[in-house]
Design a protein around this ligand. Structure first.
Ligand SMILES: [Zn+2]
Length: 182
């Protein structure tokens, strides 16, 4: 599943320059993707401290981080308060427009169907995520929206950036919660 994006990623990992122009900036090395993913990971960790499932999202516009958010479902008692939704909302509000065709979204885990819907509605052309999410992931794990005809042709998705770190974050959180409940 999703072989072409994974291939692009391994090309990147080999240290070769990969250049793609999206959202007004050039991503030319794996480092750029990792730097922004590290920021998403930090954001996710801040969520874990507040008892939220540690998923973090960073929205970049024209090379600048314009919004970052972690999951807030517990704090807001809102099933739609996923990191991606909150980052997109804040970003759109800051820019004063809903079309985010010059933005990029970095998320620590594979977005669910709802968030993929929002990403597509916002016309975000570049999505980068870390861990796959077997239960609710809407890109490659359950609904396969990463290959859906509704996906804009020009949209690019990079999966598995800082994958291990993103996975460990979730694993540790759930282990801790299980232990506390025992
Ligand atoms: Zn979601």
């Amino acid at each position: 599943m999703f072989a072409h994006k994974r291939r692009l990623l391994s090309y990147c990992s080999s240290g070769d320059a990969m250049t793609t122009k999206k959202g007004g900036i050039c991503i030319n090395t794996k480092n750029n993707l990792q730097t922004l993913m590290t920021l998403a990971i930090e954001t996710a960790k801040a969520g874990a401290v507040r008892g939220e499932v540690p998923i973090g999202a960073v929205l970049v516009c024209a090379g600048r981080v314009i919004a970052r958010a972690h999951n807030m479902k517990e704090s807001l008692a809102d099933p739609t308060a996923h990191a991606e939704m909150l980052a997109i909302r804040t970003g759109a509000e800051k820019l004063g427009r809903w079309r985010l065709g010059d933005c990029q979204l970095y998320v620590t885990a594979e977005p669910c169907v709802m968030c993929m819907g929002a990403i597509i509605q916002a016309r975000i052309p570049l999505l980068v995520y870390g861990a796959t999410e077997k239960k609710f992931g809407g890109v490659e794990s359950t609904a396969f929206l990463g290959q859906h005809p509704m996906l804009p042709k020009h949209m690019e998705i990079y999966a598995g950036i800082c994958e291990q770190e993103c996975e460990d974050l979730l694993k540790e959180f759930f282990e801790k919660r299980r232990n506390n409940n025992e």
